[in-house]
Design a binder for this molecule. Structure first.
Ligand code: NAP
Length: 262
């Protein structure tokens, strides 16, 4: 059987555990023949991430924090030594102080604003810049965003602003890197039950509301998001760049809840 991603090699940043969106993407890309490098943010996560990486035969599984230049230098040096090339990069991280993911947005502190934008948006620019020299034959770069970038979503607060900056970053990077045949896109899933998802205030209510109201009557699974990543990495995605692809059961098209929900 031929696989869509045979011979493709890529880095996925953001696996925390088996529920992580990054892990769903890693599994689907691996199922299609891709070789994958993974990071874990700190030693505490190593015991979860290393066995996951081993189960898909990852040759590179290293500690790296997106805000720590030294750890990223080591990770990219290892990728260069092992593979000497990169075909794709998946950025699936975000962070904000949980205490500001509830209540009023107007109370956002400067400290947490800078932290949230740094981890959730600037890190994407940094990782893209590090990846480009290794994408000698072109490549596919992607990140994960959420509808809260464009529409007010309860308690999403400063993460909405960070995701809006991230989506704009996708467009600017797509324009910079297009001449190098490097595509840059975002996947925007509906709510999913992950560690980061649970940090948003009233996450369960949001999850139930989108599931009940989305035209398809469901929130996305890891397989749905992973399958979208397969398309973006594969040659079928060769003309797609600067795009935000929604994987949310169609929830984003609604102007109001379904009548039976009112
Ligand atoms: P997750 O499993 O908690 O993954 C988030 C990852 O970001 C974790 O591995 C986390 O590590 C990592 N991270 C945070 N700060 C970091 C740093 N400084 N350096 C390196 N890694 C760091 O949650 P997820 O839901 O899969 O999130 C993945 C992406 O999908 C995020 O961008 C999120 O905003 C986006 N997204 C999620 C949903 C949803 O409903 N879950 C919907 C749309 C988009 P730690 O655990 O150590 O902090």
């Amino acid at each position: 059987m031929t696989h869509l991603l045979q011979e493709k090699k890529g880095l996925i940043i953001g696996v925390a555990n088996e529920r992580s969106i990054a892990w769903g993407i890693a599994r689907e890309l691996s199922n299609q023949g891709a070789e994958i490098a993974l990071n874990y943010q700190n030693e505490g996560l190593a015991k979860r991430v290393i066995p996951l990486g081993e189960s898909i035969n990852s040759k590179i599984i290293m500690q790296a924090d997106a805000t720590d230049t030294d750890s990223l230098d080591k990770l990219f040096a290892q990728i260069n030594e092992t593979w000497g090339q990169l075909d794709f990069l998946v950025h699936a991280i975000a962070f904000s102080d949980k205490s500001e993911l509830t209540g009023k947005f107007i109370n956002t502190s400067q400290e947490n604003f800078l932290l949230s934008l740094n981890v959730s948006c600037y890190s994407f620019i940094d990782l893209a810049r590090r990846s480009v020299p290794l994408m000698k034959k072109g490549g596919s770069i992607m990140t994960l965003t959420y509808m809260g970038a464009n529409r007010v979503t309860p308690n999403y607060n400063v993460m909405g602003v960070a995701k809006a900056a991230l989506e704009s970053t996708v467009r600017y990077l797509a324009n910079d890197l297009g001449p190098l045949n490097i595509r840059v896109n975002a996947i925007s899933p509906g709510p999913m039950k992950t560690l980061a998802g649970a940090a948003i205030g009233s996450a369960r209510k949001t999850y139930r509301h989108t599931e009940a109201n989305a035209p398809l009557g469901m929130n996305p699974t890891q397989e749905h998001v992973g399958g979208t990543a397969v398309y973006l990495v594969s040659d079928y995605g060769a003309s797609t760049t600067g795009e935000v692809i929604r994987v949310d059961g169609g929830f984003h098209v609604l102007g109001m809840p379904q009548l039976n929900f009112l």
